[in-house]
Ligand binder design. Structure first.
Ligand code: SIN
Ligand code: CO
Length: 374
C-alpha cells in the first residue's frame, strides 16, 4: 500500500481527499516496482492491439503547441524520435503485461472494479501532454527520472487554440508545484487541472479509474432524471474494498446519482457489474473453441490451477458473477473463492467444489476468462 503522508491512514485519505482534493505523496513508494523499461514501452507501441499515442511539444512559436499522433508506430519511427519534447503514452499496460497489475496493490482501499487501466508514459526531457483535466480520479506514480507537476483546483479556461483530441486548458502554476522523483505519487480527483513536464527523461505510471455515467446504465434506468452525470463515491469507506466485489452500497450510490428511485437495487448491481467488466473491443480475450473449452474444463476438474487472462475483467456481487461484460448467478458459498480468484488472478477449484461451482467455472471459461496454455 502507498505510504500516505503525515500519518494519514486509508480512512482519512478517503474522507479528506478521494474525489475531493489533490494530494501529493512524496516517497509514497520506496521504489516503484514492477517497472517497465523505455524499450518495452516502445515495443508495446508497435503492436496493433495496443492503444498508444505520442504527444509532441512544439516550442518554436510564440506559444507552446502540442500535437498528438496515434499508434501503432513503426520501430524505425520510434528509433528516430528527437532528443527532446515528446512523450509516448501506452494505455492498458497491465492487460498486455499482467505482472504490472501488481501496482494496483498500492491502493487496496479503492474497490478494484473502479480501476480502468494502468497507463504508462515515457517522456523525453521537455515532454508532456500539456495542461488538461481528466474526468476520472488518477494516481500518478513517478518511476525513474524527474517530472515537474503543476496542479490547480481553480477553474482554468480551455485553450481555444488546442485541437479537440487534446482538450487542453491554458497554462497555470497552481497550488501544487513539485518535481516528482522515483516513488513520489500524486493523487488527482476528477476535473482538477494538471500538467506534468519531464525535466529528465522519465516514466510515469497512471492508475486511472473508471466510473459509469448514468447513460451507461441506461437500460436499467428508463426513468432516470439525468443521464450525463457520473457515478460518484466521495463517501467511500476503506472497509468496502474487497477484491472484485461490487457491493450493495455501490448500487445504492448509483441509484442515488441517477435519481431513479430506490427500487431495483439488484438490477442496478447487474448494470454496474456489466459496466465494470466491459472490455474494449481490441483487448477482449478470444473465447475458446469447443475443443479448447473441453480441455480447460477438464483441467479445472482435475484440480489444476488456471490463470485469468490478462485482458479479462472480472467482478462479483452478492448475487452474480461478471466476466467481460456478461453475468451469471453466483453459486452459494462462493464468496471466498471469488475473492481469492480476483486477488490472485487464478482459479483452482477445491476438490469438494459443488457442481454449481463447476458450472460457474465452465461459464467463465466460455467467456474467455482463462489463459489457454496448450
Ligand atoms: C502523462 O503521464 O504524461 C500524463 C498523465 C496525465 O496527465 O493524466
Ligand atoms: Co491527466
Amino acid at each position: 500500500m502507498l505510504k500516505l503522508p503525515g500519518n494519514l491512514d486509508a480512512e482519512q485519505f478517503l474522507a479528506r481527499h478521494w474525489q475531493k482534493k489533490p494530494l501529493l505523496m512524496p516517497q509514497a513508494v520506496d521504489k516503484l516496482r514492477p517497472a517497465v523499461t523505455r524499450n518495452e514501452l516502445a515495443w508495446l507501441a508497435t503492436l496493433d492491439d495496443v492503444e498508444s499515442r505520442i504527444v509532441f511539444t512544439d516550442r518554436s512559436h510564440d506559444r507552446v503547441r502540442y500535437r498528438a499522433e496515434t499508434g501503432p508506430f513503426d520501430e524505425e519511427f520510434l528509433a528516430a524520435l528527437p532528443a527532446r519534447d515528446w512523450t509516448l503514452l501506452v494505455h492498458d499496460v497491465e492487460k498486455h503485461l499482467p505482472t504490472m497489475r501488481r501496482l494496483f496493490d498500492l491502493i487496496p482501499f479503492i474497490p478494484d472494479w473502479r480501476i480502468d487501466d494502468l497507463m504508462v508514459s515515457f517522456a523525453a526531457p521537455g515532454g508532456g501532454v500539456g495542461p488538461h483535466r481528466d474526468n476520472y480520479d488518477v494516481f500518478l506514480c513517478q518511476g525513474i527520472g524527474v517530472r515537474e507537476w503543476h496542479v490547480t483546483s481553480d477553474d482554468v479556461a480551455n485553450d481555444p487554440h488546442a485541437s479537440d483530441d487534446l482538450a487542453l486548458t491554458t497554462e497555470f502554476t497552481g497550488e501544487i508545484s513539485h518535481e516528482c522523483r522515483n516513488g513520489d505519487v500524486l493523487y488527482l480527483p476528477p476535473g482538477v487541472a494538471h500538467w506534468g513536464t519531464a525535466h529528465r527523461a522519465c516514466l510515469t505510471y497512471s492508475i486511472g479509474m473508471r466510473a459509469p455515467q448514468v447513460s451507461d446504465l441506461a437500460e436499467t434506468l428508463p426513468d432516470a432524471e439525468r443521464d450525463d452525470v457520473f457515478y460518484t463515491d466521495e463517501n467511500l469507506q476503506a472497509g468496502e474494498a474487497r477484491p472484485g466485489y461490487i457491493s450493495e452500497i455501490a448500487a445504492h450510490r448509483a441509484v442515488q446519482v441517477s435519481g431513479a428511485g430506490d427500487s431495483g437495487l439488484e438490477q442496478m448491481t447487474q448494470a454496474l457489474g456489466r459496466f465494470a467488466t466491459e472490455t474494449k473491443q481490441w483487448i477482449t480475450p478470444v473465447s475458446p473453441d469447443k475443443s479448447e473449452l473441453g480441455e480447460i474444463v477438464a483441467a479445472l476438474e482435475a484440480g489444476k490451477t488456471l490463470r485469468i487472462h490478462g485482458m479479462t475483467r472480472i467482478a462479483w456481487s452478492d448475487d452474480a458473477v461478471f466476466v467481460n461484460g456478461g453475468s451469471t448467478e453466483r453459486p452459494p458459498g462462493s464468496r471466498q473463492v471469488l475473492e481469492n480468484l480476483c486477488a490472485q488472478r487464478k482459479l483452482q477449484l477445491p476438490s469438494d467444489a459443488a457442481p454449481a461451482w463447476h458450472g460457474m467455472a465452465a461459464w467463465m471459461a466460455k467467456r474467455g476468462a482463462f489463459e489457454y496454455v496448450k
